[in-house]
Structures are given as structure tokens and as C-alpha cells.
Design a protein around this ligand. Structure first.
Ligand SMILES: O=C(O)CCC(=O)C(=O)O
Length: 243
């Protein structure tokens, strides 16, 4: 773990191969298939050569819950984030097969740096690959940036030094959401599926109102889980308090 943490400190990301077992990947893909058939209206079509995304999957199924605090990633998430760790966002993305002209990746940073934090992380993201990803398929890419560099709040947003991350279905990529990153669309006959989770700190402002968090998680019988979901976004607070 220390070597991986050191890599994270130097580069801002951490890859965990085989984070999900084959049967777990299959179960998630099956739940996605059901969700797309039953609730197509909840899948946003976002262009970018065929990007579809749902931020509502936690509402239609509990099949995704286990990925959020999965034992294969959880020690790393806790180590990086520290004591005030809380839930922010959950979504599923499908990038369809693409036969068009190459698209310029949209390099961006999701959030700000937090220089006062031990690893400069305001929000951590975990991306799970649910399909095999290699040089010929759509992939996640990130510009390596060390904790030391982040302290000077860099704002470069190009992918000149970007690194494409490949891995089998079941791979998890943890990254500082303030790092410059992009989805890279390839000319590919393969669909790519991913789960995207964001983590924050209870003391920090809410990241987004994208994900409505279900009551079964907010009011979990497990005190650790309840603490993790105890700083819901505004939309979740309103639903919890009024409905
Ligand atoms: O992997 C991708 O397709 C894009 C991921 C991304 O941009 C994000 O997680 O903010």
C-alpha cells in the first residue's frame, strides 16, 4: 500500500487492478442493462461521440451500493481522504462504439485543489472500468501531477503530458478530481462502461447536486455507513426532510 500511496503522492492517481471480481462486474453490468431498458429517460445523452450517463441509478437499484465502499478500494480512499470522508456523487457512463472522425479530448479539472489537506485532495474520484480497456478502446486519461505541484494551484488544462489508463474490467482508478483529466474517445467497435464515484469532506462545500442519495443509505443501520452519508447534497436534504 505504501508504494501505491507514494505513486499517488507523485502522480495524483492510483490504479487498483482486479478491484472488482468477475462476478461483481457481471452483476453491475446486468443492473445497468436493466436500468437502461426500464429508465431510458434517466440516461442523459451527452454527445462526445456517444456518451450516455445516469446519475440516478442508486434510485432504481441497490445493486450499485457495494461499489461505493468496496473493500478493495476503501482502505486507500480512507487513507487519502482522512477522518471527515463523505459521499458526494455516483454515476454510470456508457461510451458507445464510435466510427467517426477523431475527437479532441475535453481536458478538465472537476474541482479545486485543497492545499491544506495532507494530499491536497478536496474531492477524490474512483472510476471502475466495467469493460476491458486498452489502447484501441475509449479510455480515461490523466495528467500526472504531484501533491507538491498542486500546492501552487496549477491551472493548466491541456493533455500534452496526459497518460491513458488501460485495464481489464474490474480495474479501479482513484484520482484527485482536481487533476487534469479527460475521457479519450477512440475509433472503436467496443462500448466502454464505467462507474464514477466522488468522495468529499464533511467540512467542505458540497461538490454537486447531481446524485439524489436514497434513504436506505442515509439511514443505514451501520454507523460507519451512516456517517459516510451524513452530509447529503441540497437536493437529497430536501427530499429527505420533506418527502
Ligand atoms: O472516463 C471518461 O470518459 C471521462 C471521465 C471524466 O471526465 C470525469 O470523471 O470527470
Amino acid at each position: 500500500m505504501q508504494a501505491d500511496l507514494n505513486f499517488f503522492i507523485e502522480n495524483g492517481y492510483w490504479v487498483i487492478p482486479d478491484a472488482l471480481a468477475e462476478n461483481e462486474v457481471a452483476a453491475l453490468n446486468e443492473a445497468i442493462d436493466v436500468d437502461r431498458v426500464e429508465y431510458p429517460q434517466l440516461w442523459q445523452v451527452r454527445g462526445e461521440g456517444g456518451r450516455q450517463q445516469s446519475v440516478a441509478a442508486l434510485l432504481s437499484s441497490d445493486a450499485f451500493d457495494g461499489a461505493i465502499r468496496h473493500p478493495s478500494i476503501w482502505p486507500a480512499v480512507e487513507e487519502i481522504m482522512g477522518a471527515e470522508l463523505c459521499f458526494e456523487e455516483f454515476s454510470i457512463m456508457v461510451r458507445q462504439a464510435y466510427a467517426g472522425e477523431p475527437l479532441a479530448p475535453s481536458w478538465h479539472r472537476d474541482t479545486a485543489h485543497w492545499p491544506e489537506h495532507a494530499y491536497c485532495v478536496k474531492n477524490l474520484s474512483v472510476v471502475y472500468y466495467l469493460t476491458d480497456v486498452d489502447a484501441d478502446s475509449h479510455c480515461f486519461a490523466i495528467v500526472p501531477e504531484s501533491v507538491e505541484d498542486k500546492k501552487s494551484a496549477p491551472d493548466q488544462r491541456d493533455g500534452d503530458r496526459g497518460v491513458e489508463v488501460y485495464g481489464k474490467a474490474g480495474t479501479a482508478i482513484l484520482f484527485n478530481a482536481a487533476s487534469c483529466h479527460a475521457g479519450v474517445v477512440k475509433r472503436s467497435e467496443r462500448e466502454r462502461r464505467t462507474v464514477h464515484i466522488y468522495y468529499g469532506h464533511r467540512s467542505q462545500p458540497i461538490l454537486s447536486n447531481h446524485t439524489l442519495c436514497p434513504r436506505r443509505l442515509l439511514e443505514s443501520a451501520d454507523s460507519g455507513e451512516r456517517a459516510f452519508y451524513s452530509r447529503p447534497n441540497l437536493m437529497t436534504q430536501l427530499v429527505r426532510d420533506n418527502y
